[in-house]
Design a binder for this molecule. Structure first.
Ligand SMILES: [Zn+2]
Length: 152
């Protein structure tokens, strides 16, 4: 993603934020009672690309909340500062579940070699073989096709 994508995204966010701030409360009168509905809207339905642009996260391999990479996550004693501004975008439940499932699958594939990055051809073959076994088991036991990119 280049700088202009990030600029355009941030311009849109400012535009939408201003629209949200200008919303007037809605007055509702029903059954001799009146209610005032105050609108609280948050930009939580955004995808990773927009989220990275909005938080000026240059790499898709970095966490948009703390800036950590996969290498940093291996060090559990390392406390990472949380960019609280990034939390306003929330975590999409759907995306969180998909990412969790992807993460669990990736760990399962790489469990025999216990490495994140695969440098040797032998380890790549082991992981590929494990992936095929897991996909076959998902297909035969649950009828699910997993981790197969779908065209379009
Ligand atoms: Zn993080």
């Amino acid at each position: 993603m280049d700088v202009s994508d990030s600029d355009i995204t941030n311009e849109e966010i400012i535009y939408i934020d201003n629209k949200i701030k200008s919303l007037e409360p809605t007055q509702v009168a029903q059954l001799k009672k009146s209610f005032v509905v105050k609108h609280v809207m948050m930009l939580t339905m955004i995808d990773a690309k927009v989220c990275n642009a909005a938080t000026n996260t240059k790499s898709t391999m970095k966490c948009y909340i703390c800036g950590a990479t996969s290498k940093d996550f291996n060090d559990l004693s390392n406390k990472r500062p949380c960019n609280e501004d990034s939390l306003k975008f929330g975590l999409s439940i759907l995306h969180a579940r998909l990412r969790l499932f992807e993460g669990v699958l990736l760990i399962a594939y790489k469990l025999p070699v216990k490495k994140h990055q695969l440098r040797s051809e032998r380890k790549k073959q082991i992981v590929q073989q494990r992936k095929l076994e897991i996909q076959k088991e998902f297909r035969s036991q649950l009828g699910l096709i997993v981790d197969v990119p779908k065209a379009g």
